[in-house]
Design a binder for this molecule. Structure first.
Ligand SMILES: Nc1ncnc2c1ncn2[C@@H]1O[C@H](COP(=O)(O)OP(=O)(O)OP(=O)(O)O)[C@@H](O)[C@H]1O
Ligand SMILES: [Mg+2]
Length: 151
């Protein structure tokens, strides 16, 4: 069952630094078991926002995963798992990764999540980027009720 939509907000960011600050602001709302889905074209700012988020949660510098499917950051109160599904194949591959297991342990951030609707259905936040101008990004943030993850 899809969680209830709670709130939708739109932001305009005028620099990578502003996008990182928005990531740090979002970080404070996250708890164990939260999944954040990042959607938007190549170079639209997904990793940039995740850098702000990861820095705020763990003090660590987030890499651009591109060729790596998962980066783990473990120096914060909770582990943060940063996935990039740009190069992931069919939905079966998503099952193989077992991404839901990571949610039991910490916070999960996924770039290119819109390729997998089953991911979007479990999101606590969906963040969508669109380029407005060279340095301006429109960032839409939709918040959903937290799912209780009991097993
Ligand atoms: N307002 C802004 N917010 C975020 N990034 C910006 C902004 N203005 C310019 N940029 C630039 O846009 C690029 C965004 O790259 P980033 O790696 O964050 O995108 P991405 O969505 O993760 O791309 P990919 O799909 O390739 O992973 C960076 O080079 C960054 O400096
Ligand atoms: Mg990226």
């Amino acid at each position: 069952m899809r969680p209830q939509k709670k709130k939708a907000q739109t932001f305009f960011s005028r620099s990578p630094g502003e996008t990182k600050r928005l990531g740090a602001w979002l970080a404070r709302k996250l708890r164990q078991g939260d999944l954040v889905c990042f959607c938007g074209e190549l170079g639209s700012g997904k990793t940039t926002m995740i850098q702000g988020l990861v820095r705020s949660l763990t003090g660590q510098r987030a890499a651009s995963p591109s060729f790596v499917i998962l980066h783990e950051y473990d120096r914060g109160k909770l582990p943060v798992y940063h996935f990039d599904f740009y190069r992931l194949g069919k939905p079966d591959d998503l099952e193989t990764i077992g991404w839901q297991e990571y949610l039991f342990r910490g916070i999960v951030l996924v770039e290119w999540a819109d390729r997998y609707p089953e991911l979007l259905r479990e999101a606590r936040f969906i963040v969508t980027f669109s380029g407005e101008d060279r340095c301006v990004r429109k960032i839409s943030l939709v918040e959903f009720e937290r799912l209780s993850r009991i097993r």
